[in-house]
Every structure is written in structure tokens, then in C-alpha cells.
Design a protein around this ligand. Structure first.
Ligand SMILES: Nc1nc2c(ncn2[C@@H]2O[C@H](COP(=O)(O)OP(=O)(O)OP(=O)(O)O)[C@@H](O)[C@H]2O)c(=O)[nH]1
Length: 543
């Protein structure tokens, strides 16, 4: 067997340099038995750079021959990642003599202080000449086993790099959470809150499986890592589906499916918590694995279904979850050993989530913009008359208040013209309601053309219109009314002869706008009585 040359430090994983043996006997092999098996050639060369263990794998023995060409011992750090190995034993052997023996893993809390992200790190003084490492792994979690021998300088650099990259990841996600919580605080948008909770669960999960949570919070109880991972994985799927159901308005589009997903995710969460509480590690593993594989597919399917129903924000959702799913799939396949191991592949779930999080934030912003536009449109609709697009009475009372009080305060002129189309009932009766509508539209268009910017043009009732004219005295208002009367008579919409009667009033001693409008209405009444198609003006003193 070719030995690893320690004179050439490398960051590579040592999978291809090692030889392995799977335990088949019910009781564990002793070190002496493993060494004997190695001498008898029972260890096989490993094909890839990372050792892959399936779910509930047999114990693995690893033999790693070493070559130190210097004439004194060298210090190397044996790194065993990731952080959730149940138990492993390490022996440094020279000429059949054990120079060093140690054990670590989640099941040995007193030793279990893995370096976050990297895993377990053991310093070894490797003697000159040939020696070998014998390692034994026993774990039920499916995971890649990543082994390296590092110099102390490399070890320092890795810690630095890991700190930066995870600081960046968590920093970005925390900023997104803070932003969405602010949105929730300000706009009471439930989606922002649900999304923050989903991101927070992801961070908690990531901190658990990188070992940060353990290192900061519970250095003595490694089993937190053990069950924390499975429970948080299912919790992440739960919060993700919860967010999706509300964001995609699933209850509205697919009420049955909504109920189904709700019960499914609740059941998964309850089950995994129960398995964890009763220390049933294997069922917890299987459940988590199944739930995690199904999760991105469900998310994508929901996005696609709701997009088909016409929900435009579902496009962003679908794009986002596709990236998330790709990342998760690549990571899962890397962990399962289907894809060749690369560090990017191993951490693809994080990259995918960064893209997903960004796109979902865009999706939320898009939905908010839609809501805002819809609200503005609704407000606009509530203020305008649908047939003529003029202001309706409600809008008039909102807007006229200010004009009225400005005119009173500054003693500026203010005038009202009331316009009523003559014999409109007859037009309707003779030409039909639709033609009547055309006449109304033609008259209102004319009114808008002749009114000044700042005048209020209102559909006052069926065939009655009102103009409120700031900075306009009776004389000017009457001139405008005369001009309107002539122009309406010239309109002939759809070839129909149309005329109107107009009443004009100017602000005098009236104490409110209603009185002024009443005065104009009285003039209109007079115009009708005097034979229609004419203007009657009230003057400043009331007449
Ligand atoms: N086509 C149409 N007709 C409307 C609309 N709103 C009200 N009307 C009709 O307008 C007519 C108003 O008739 P009247 O109030 O009797 O007045 P008039 O026929 O114009 O007679 P004078 O005002 O006395 O000249 C009614 O027949 C209403 O049905 C509308 O939006 N479209």
C-alpha cells in the first residue's frame, strides 16, 4: 500500500489514499483483529475521495498508511467531518505498537467538542518513517465521511475561511429576517412573518448541523446535534409549507389540497418529535429523509398549480423553489454518494437557499406591489363614476371641503354650475338606453374639455352634472355656462339633438357649500321653466 507523504501538506480529502473494511460480525473487531485483517489483505482500496455511508451502515474500519521522511516527529491534525458522527476510535500505530489512541463522536459527550463546520480534530505526533492510522466509525446517520491531515497553519486558515463564509451566509439570512420582520411590523403582512420564521428555522438547522449551536450552547450534550438535526429538518419543511400555503393562497385556489398539506406537515412534525422523544433514531432518520426529499417537490408542484390558476406571484415562487430544490438535491445526492464529492456540491443547499431567499423576497415585494396597486385602483374606482369617468358625489364631498374653506378664508370667489340635460327621458325612450349612455359620455367629455385644471367636474345624478369653479366670479361662471350651453347644443352625439339647462351661483353669504349648490339648483329650475336650453345666473347678492 502506498503511504501518504507527509512532506507535502494538502487540503485534499484522503478517501483515495485509504483502505477500508466493513465489519460483518455481530461483535466489534478489536484493534488487534483489524490489524491482522489488514496484514491478510482484507482491507480494500477506496475508490473516491470521500467515504460514503448509507443509512444505518455497518461499522467501517479505515487503514491509512503514513510516511514521515523527516528525522523527527511532525504534528498533524486529523480532521474527521462532519460534526455528526456517532462514535469513532483512532489509533496511531508504528510497528504494531499503539502510539496514540483516542475516541470521539456524538455518543461521547465528554470528548465531543467538534470544531464547528469541520468536525472532530485530533492532534497527532507522527513519528519518523512508516506508521499508520487505524480508524473505526460507527454511526447510523447517512453522511459522507471526510478525512484530512492538516498542518496547524492549514487548520488556522480553515477556521478563518469557515468563519467568513458562514458569517456571510448567516449575515445575509439574518438581514433578510430583520427586513421581513420590519415589513410585518409596518404592513402587518402575514407572509413576511411566515417567511421570517422559515428562514429562522433554516438558520437554526444550519447552525445545528455545522455544530455551531452545539459549540456555543451545549458543548457537553452532543445528542442535541443528533436529534436537533432531524427535528429541525422536518420543522424547516413545516415552516416552508406553511409559508407556501398562505403565500400561494392555496385555501382559496385548492381548498382540499390545502387541508391535505396542512395535515401531512403536522403529522410529519409530530411523528419526528415523538421518535426523538422516545430515542427511536432509525425511524426518525427514515421519516426525515422521506420528508426532506418530498419537500422541494411539493413546493414546486404548489407553485406550478397556483401559477396555472393565474397567480402571477407564483412564477417567482416557482423559480425560487426550483433553485432551492436544485441545491437541496445536489447536497442530498452528494451526501448519499450518488454524485462525486465536491465541497460546492456538499454546500449546494446553502447556495440554493441564498438564491431562493433572494427570489422569494422579490416575490413578496411583487405581491405587495400588486396589493398596493389593487388598493389604489379600488380607491380610484370608489371615487369615479364608471360610465363618464367623472368624479362621483362621494369624491366631490371629499375634495370640495378644501376648496370651500380656502375660498372663505381668503375671501376668494367660488362658483357652481349645475347642468341638466333636457328631456333625457325622451332620448332614452326613443333611442334606447345605450344611446342615452353615449349622450352622457359626450356631454361629460365636453365638460372636462372646457373646465380648467383645478375645477371639479362631477356627475351629480343621472343626467345632471356639477362644476365647482374656484377663483371664478359670477360673471366668468356665466360666460362659461353660456359657452357650455351652446357647445352642448352643437354636439349632436349619434346624430341626436341634445340640449341642456344650466343654473349658476356664486359664493355670497352662504354658510356652507350645500346652500350654494341649492342656489344653483334654483337657477336650474328657473332655466327649465323658462323653456330649457338656456342659462340662468344668480348674482353675488343672491339674485
Ligand atoms: N341612458 C341612461 N339613462 C339614465 C342614466 N341615469 C339616469 N338616466 C335616465 O335619465 C332620465 C332622467 O329623466 P327625468 O329626470 O325625468 O328628466 P328629463 O327627461 O331629462 O327631463 P328634464 O330634466 O325635465 O328636461 C330617466 O329616464 C333615467 O332613467 C344613465 O346612466 N344612462
Amino acid at each position: 500500500a502506498t503511504a501518504i507523504d507527509l512532506s507535502q501538506p494538502s487540503y485534499n480529502y484522503l478517501g483515495k489514499d485509504l483502505y477500508y473494511l466493513l465489519e460483518t460480525r455481530p461483535q466489534p473487531l478489536t484493534l488487534a483483529q483489524a490489524m491482522q485483517a489488514q496484514r491478510q489483505g482484507q482491507f480494500m482500496q477506496h475508490p473516491s475521495s470521500v467515504l460514503h455511508l448509507g443509512i444505518n451502515p455497518p461499522a467501517h474500519w479505515v487503514y491509512l498508511p503514513l510516511e514521515n521522511q523527516q528525522d523527527r516527529p511532525v504534528l498533524r491534525y486529523l480532521e474527521v467531518g462532519p460534526v455528526w458522527v456517532d462514535r469513532f476510535d483512532a489509533y496511531l500505530v508504528e510497528n504494531q505498537h499503539v502510539l496514540f489512541a483516542s475516541s470521539a463522536g456524538d455518543e461521547l459527550p465528554q470528548h465531543a467538542q467538534p470544531v464547528p463546520v469541520q468536525g472532530y480534530v485530533m492532534p497527532l505526533q507522527i513519528p519518523p518513517g512508516r506508521s499508520a492510522l487505524f480508524l473505526r466509525f460507527e454511526t447510523i446517520d447517512t453522511q459522507p465521511l471526510m478525512l484530512r491531515l492538516l498542518t496547524s497553519e492549514q487548520q488556522q486558515r480553515l477556521i478563518l475561511w469557515n468563519s467568513y463564509s458562514h458569517g456571510g451566509l448567516y449575515g445575509f439570512l439574518l438581514a433578510l429576517i430583520a427586513f421581513n420582520l420590519m415589513l410585518f411590523g409596518g404592513l402587518r403582512d402575514r407572509n413576511s412573518l411566515n417567511y421570517s420564521v422559515f428562514l429562522a428555522t433554516f438558520i437554526a438547522l444550519n447552525l445545528t448541523y455545522t455544530g455551531h449551536l452545539n459549540a456555543w450552547g451545549w458543548p457537553e450534550t452532543a445528542s442535541i446535534t443528533h436529534y436537533g438535526i432531524v427535528v429541525l429538518m422536518v420543522a424547516m419543511a413545516w415552516t416552508g409549507l406553511h409559508f407556501a400555503r398562505h403565500f400561494l393562497q392555496l385555501a382559496q385556489f385548492y381548498p382540499r389540497l390545502n387541508g391535505l398539506i396542512k395535515h401531512y406537515s403536522n403529522a410529519c412534525l409530530l411523528l419526528v418529535v415523538a421518535f426523538a422523544s422516545f430515542d427511536m433514531a432509525l425511524p426518525a432518520q427514515y421519516l426525515t429523509f422521506a420528508a426532506l426529499v418530498a419537500f422541494p417537490f411539493i413546493m414546486m408542484a404548489l407553485g406550478a398549480l397556483c401559477w396555472r390558476k393565474g397567480l402571477l406571484a407564483a412564477r417567482y415562487f416557482l423559480a425560487a423553489t426550483t433553485f432551492g430544490m436544485l441545491g437541496t438535491a445536489i447536497s442530498n445526492l452528494t451526501v448519499m454518494g450518488v454524485l462525486p464529492f465536491t465541497l460546492l456540491g456538499y454546500r449546494a443547499v446553502e447556495v440554493g437557499l441564498l438564491i431562493e431567499a433572494t427570489l422569494l423576497a422579490l416575490a413578496l415585494a411583487y405581491r405587495m406591489r400588486q396589493h398596493q396597486a389593487a388598493r389604489l385602483r379600488a380607491e380610484e374606482l370608489a371615487r369615479t363614476d364608471p360610465l363618464t369617468q367623472l368624479l362621483n358625489r362621494r369624491a366631490f364631498f371629499e375634495l370640495s371641503d378644501r376648496l370651500w374653506s380656502t375660498s372663505i378664508r381668503n375671501q376668494r370667489p367660488l362658483a357652481v354650475i349645475l347642468i341638466d340635460i333636457d328631456h333625457f327621458k325622451r332620448i332614452n325612450d326613443e333611442h334606447g338606453h345605450a344611446t342615452g349612455d353615449l349622450v352622457l359620455v359626450a356631454v361629460s367629455t365636453l365638460l372636462q374639455q372646457l373646465a380648467r385644471h383645478g375645477d371639479l367636474t362631477v356627475r351629480w345624478g343621472g343626467e345632471e352634472f356639477l362644476l365647482l369653479l374656484p377663483e371664478t366670479n359670477a360673471e366668468q361662471a356665466c360666460l362659461l355656462a353660456e359657452r357650455l350651453c351652446v357647445r352642448i347644443a352643437q354636439l349632436k352625439p349619434s346624430g341626436i339633438a341634445v340640449s341642456a339647462s344650466l343654473g349658476v351661483a356664486q359664493l355670497g353669504g352662504e354658510s356652507n357649500l350645500d346652500e350654494l349648490i341649492n342656489t344653483a339648483d334654483e337657477q336650474l329650475y328657473r332655466a327649465k321653466h323658462a323653456g330649457r336650453n338656456q342659462v340662468v345666473c344668480a348674482h353675488a347678492a343672491g339674485e
